[in-house]
Design a protein around this ligand. Structure first.
Ligand code: DON
Length: 567
């Protein structure tokens, strides 16, 4: 036993040190530069759809709607009509707005729905299959965004997605891998074989995939509006799917679903104004708390990803994520102490226990010890139109391909967002995040999110549009990208390329990409008492920076197939 433990630690040691030495494949140092308008998304075809809409005279929201539908086709692991998300908008006159199209717990759901008779969590029930799905919000969200901001005919915005689904599109290597890794789960969790996702000999880059049922569903949405999804044939298929698979979403849930416009989180950091998503996302609150916590430290002179800088950031992160677990949830159901949390004095006081020499053990901040699991299936896109309007959207099925359940006859995947609730107090979700009362399941409540679509202003002008997938790491990836530009003076692409690290209070470890820290930095951090655990990749940031001359630089994350397109 002892020998095998020793061998295990030796293996961990060597695999970690080897990875620290390894360098990622060289990504471009500078991103696409465009004169007027840009879209950066997880897929080249979706970015192109967005730019086409902008060139046809559409505004940034028109383009965002078109990109959301296109990603539901070409990026099925995370792009969706069966999930939800958040949109942050800044018009060129400085007016800001946020749209919450997050999924909701079904009316028949409840606090103990993922527990057995002994009140123990049932394995996988909140992450796989029909019960894992929250009531989808994306389609209602797109119509609400359109009604308030859209300018081109809606049919023009959804048509590119219909064409991609009906005429087929060519798989990238990463997509082929994603589909191949999920073949068994698609078989296991579906009541009818989702033939369009299955391929016995395995998918490979260059294969064409067709999504006829999805094309039909998108056409129904084009013809009937919201009712093309929440009523008629699509709803009937979804309810039949629930019936066959033991799910609980009912017609009343679909009828009652409403996306809502909310007041953005707005706060200043140095000379910049941060505009981000309020609860039910924790993203905007936590991002502002992090920025306020580190504002008094001289991160610029400490340097990028040095031990001193990483230590300050990590200590702020552990304190902010402890707050997240206790205080944040859907504000329609829980009194979130928003203003208390995004208060400079409060966040400064949280850092009073900081010492430059040593890590503060998370147990001294609070209790619990969950372990996170990495999945990479949410997606973010950023849009700036030629008139200077900006939109940041993060949208998700939660895990890769969500619940793995395809609504038979309608061709779209359902989310597994119910796992973002605290299914039992203190029990870690798939990202290792814990929670309690604030995020307990209540019918029609929205589950707490980490998604952080964010827009930044400088001197009253648009400065940056940013966001990423990555579950619990979303907030810290956005935090680092912002600091990389504002404090470390990197360009957009360089800021996106840079190695990332993350701490979320529990477990008490820094997760770090292989190229985040050099050997000396790792040694110093460990000496301070930090534990460093390697992660191959953290986040997929897609962002746009307004350059001093007014042109735009795209930052498309080289960790994925992400692409900037513009003109
Ligand atoms: O809303 C959230 O915070 C999660 N459902 C996001 C999931 C995610 O980012 C997965 N991809 N990496």
């Amino acid at each position: 036993m002892k020998t095998s433990l020793l061998l295990f630690f030796l293996f961990l040691f060597f695999s970690c040190t080897e990875k620290i030495a390894e360098q990622a494949v060289e990504p471009p140092a500078v991103g696409l530069i465009a004169d007027s308008a840009m879209v950066v998304s997880a897929h080249p075809l979706a970015s192109q759809v967005g730019v086409d809409i902008l060139q046809q005279g559409g505004n940034a929201v028109d383009a965002a709607i078109a990109v959301q539908f296109a990603l539901a086709v070409v990026y099925p692991g995370a792009g969706n009509i069966g999930g939800g998300g958040f949109m942050v908008i800044r018009e060129n006159d400085g007016f800001t707005d946020c749209l919450d199209f997050r999924e909701k717990a079904p009316l028949a759901g409840g606090r103990d729905m993922f527990l057995d008779e002994n009140k123990d969590v049932v394995d996988d029930l909140s992450t796989r299959g029909h019960l894992a799905a929250g009531v989808p919000g994306t389609v209602d969200g797109m119509f609400r965004a359109y009604e308030k901001y859209g300018s081109l005919p809606f049919s023009q915005l959804i048509q590119p997605a219909i064409d991609l689904a009906a005429k087929g599109f060519v798989l990238t290597e990463k997509e082929a891998e994603g589909l191949n890794e999920n073949q068994e789960e698609f078989m296991e969790h579906n009541t009818e074989k989702p033939a369009f996702l299955l391929k016995e000999e395995g998918w490979k880059a260059g294969d064409t995939i067709y999504m006829e049922d999805l094309a039909k569903t998108l056409t129904l949405i084009r013809e009937q509006g919201r009712d093309g999804f929440y009523g008629g044939e699509t709803a009937a298929n979804l309810l039949a799917e629930m019936e066959r698979g033991g799910g609980i979403i009912a017609q009343e849930d679909l009828d009652r679903y409403e996306a809502v416009f909310r007041e953005p989180i707005v706060a200043s950091y140095e000379d910049y104004k941060i505009i981000s998503m309020p609860p039910p996302s924790s993203g905007g609150v936590a991002l502002v708390q992090l920025l306020q916590s580190i504002e008094d430290f001289s991160i610029d002179t400490m340097g990028h990803n040095t031990a001193a800088t990483a230590h300050v950031m990590v200590e702020a992160e552990r304190r902010v994520y402890a707050d997240r677990a206790t205080h944040l949830g859907d504000p329609d159901f829980y009194a979130v102490p928003l203003h208390e949390l995004i208060n400079d004095a409060y966040n400064e006081s949280r850092m009073e226990s900081f010492t430059a020499e040593n890590a503060t053990p998370s147990d001294q901040v609070s209790a619990g010890d969950p372990a996170p699991v990495e999945t990479m299936e949410t997606t973010h896109f950023s849009v700036v139109d030629a008139r200077g309007n900006a939109v940041a959207v993060t949208t998700t099925l939660n895990g890769g391909y969500g619940s793995k359940v395809v609504v038979a006859g309608s061709g779209f995947l359902l989310n597994n967002e119910m796992d973002d609730f605290s299914i039992k107090p203190g029990f870690p979700n798939m990202f290792g995040l814990v929670g309690g009362e604030a995020n307990a399941i209540v019918p029609e409540k929205r589950m707490l999110s980490s998604m952080t679509p964010t827009i930044i202003e400088k001197d009253d002008k648009l400065f940056m549009v940013v966001g990423t997938p990555g579950g619990s790491t979303i907030i810290t990836s956005v935090f680092q990208t912002i600091l990389n530009v504002i404090v470390h003076e990197m360009g957009m692409q360089a800021a996106v390329n840079a190695g990332r690290f993350h701490h979320q209070w529990k477990p008490d470890s820094i997760f770090a990409e292989p190229h985040a820290f050099d050997e000396e930095t790792t040694r110093v951090l460990e000496k301070m008492g930090h534990t460093i655990v390697n992660r191959d990749e953290i986040g997929r940031v897609d962002a746009i920076l307004v350059l001093p001359d007014g042109r735009l630089e795209g930052g498309a994350d080289p960790r994925g197939d992400d692409r900037a397109a513009g003109y």
